[in-house]
Design a protein around this ligand. Structure first.
Ligand code: HEC
Ligand code: HEC
Length: 261
């Protein structure tokens, strides 16, 4: 003990302590980051990323640049995450055919394996939202809570019945029927184009699961009240009343006056 307390006063003791502290923090950091990496890349193999890189160079690099670093024709994809690629390629929006106000949904051009490889490649470039786990996509959440979250966060663009709506400058929020659970989740975490990102701090995974449950429920239930006229709200309903309702009244008046003469 005595020897130790003497060494403590040694002029080099402070430096030794500093080095030890740095070593410990550095070591802990290295362990923590490798654990994180292992978690993020569980479903992707190195081979996936390599194959994805080749597909990317052939199909996407013209707009997104080599190494996905971006060009005049498309943004950089470093850090957009696997979820963004899975959404954009899975819904056929990418590869984009032509420049326009919005990338349109079209039949997917890549099969599931190729989409997986492209996602692996982009995920390998930088950390970003990963493809959601099946447990939040089961549609077994709380539909009532999901409906409330939807009306607060999404209805101003997508309409309360999720029938879609127009935005400014030729853009639009699409109708949400027929969109897969996975793509709904990915749209929320990546915010494609004019849609905002709904991070977990904003709407947690449980809330997202509830929203998906709500959307799938209104899709399955159809319209029990009769023809929904596109569920576009007062415009289509008002138009229907003006044209059909007033039409009947006018026809009836003409018929009445024609009988009296
Ligand atoms: C004709 C040009 C073009 C091609 C080809 C193309 N993209 Fe894109 N991409 C764009 C543009 C432009 C945007 C930005 C759209 C926007 O946000 O308005 C975009 C956006 C994206 C996004 C969303 C980025 C984000 O911030 O969420 C992803 C992911 C993406 N592209 C992946 C791909 C992949 C993968 C391919 C190849 C299969 C591809 N793109 C091919 C032009 C292109
Ligand atoms: C500011 C308006 C806005 C808000 C708010 C918004 N979205 Fe969107 N959303 C959009 C636009 C614009 C697109 C089309 C993007 C594209 O085509 O790339 C879109 C696309 C989507 C898609 C993809 C649909 C498809 O056909 O592939 C889903 C799913 C979606 N939104 C769900 C939601 C949910 C759930 C919320 C609420 C948590 C929400 N959105 C909030 C504007 C919005």
């Amino acid at each position: 003990m005595k020897a130790l307390s003497q060494k403590r006063r040694h002029p080099l003791a402070a430096i030794a302590l500093l080095l030890m502290g740095l070593l410990v923090t550095g070591g802990l950091y290295a362990v923590a980051t490798t654990v994180n990496q292992a978690k993020a890349s569980t479903s992707f193999s190195a081979n996936d990323a390599e194959e994805g890189g080749k597909l990317f160079a052939a199909n996407c690099a013209t707009c997104h640049g080599m190494g996905a670093s971006g060009s005049q024709a498309g943004p950089s994809l470093v850090g957009v995450g696997a979820a963004a690629v899975d959404f954009q390629v899975g819904t056929g929006r990418m590869p984009m055919q032509m420049n326009g106000p919005q990338a349109y949904k079209k039949p997917a051009q890549f099969n599931e394996e190729q989409t997986h490889q492209l996602s692996a490649y982009v995920a390998s470039l930088g950390p970003g939202p990963s493809i959601p786990e099946a447990s939040v996509l089961d549609g077994q959440g709380d539909a009532a809570n999901g409906g409330e979250l939807f009306r607060v966060n999404c209805a101003m663009c997508h309409n309360a019945a999720a029938a879609g709506g127009a935005l400014t400058r030729g853009k639009f929020a699409p109708a949400l029927s027929g969109v897969s659970e996975k793509h709904i989740y990915e749209a929320m975490v990546t915010g494609p184009q004019n849609m905002p990102v709904f991070s977990d701090a904003n709407i947690g995974p449980e809330g997202k699961r509830d929203i998906i449950t709500f959307l799938k429920q209104i899709e399955a239930n159809g319209s029990p009240g009769g023809a929904d006229l596109g569920a576009l709200g007062p415009v289509s309903e008002g138009l229907f009343v003006w044209i059909a309702g007033l039409g009947v009244i006018i026809a009836f008046t003409i018929w009445l006056t024609s009988r009296t003469s």
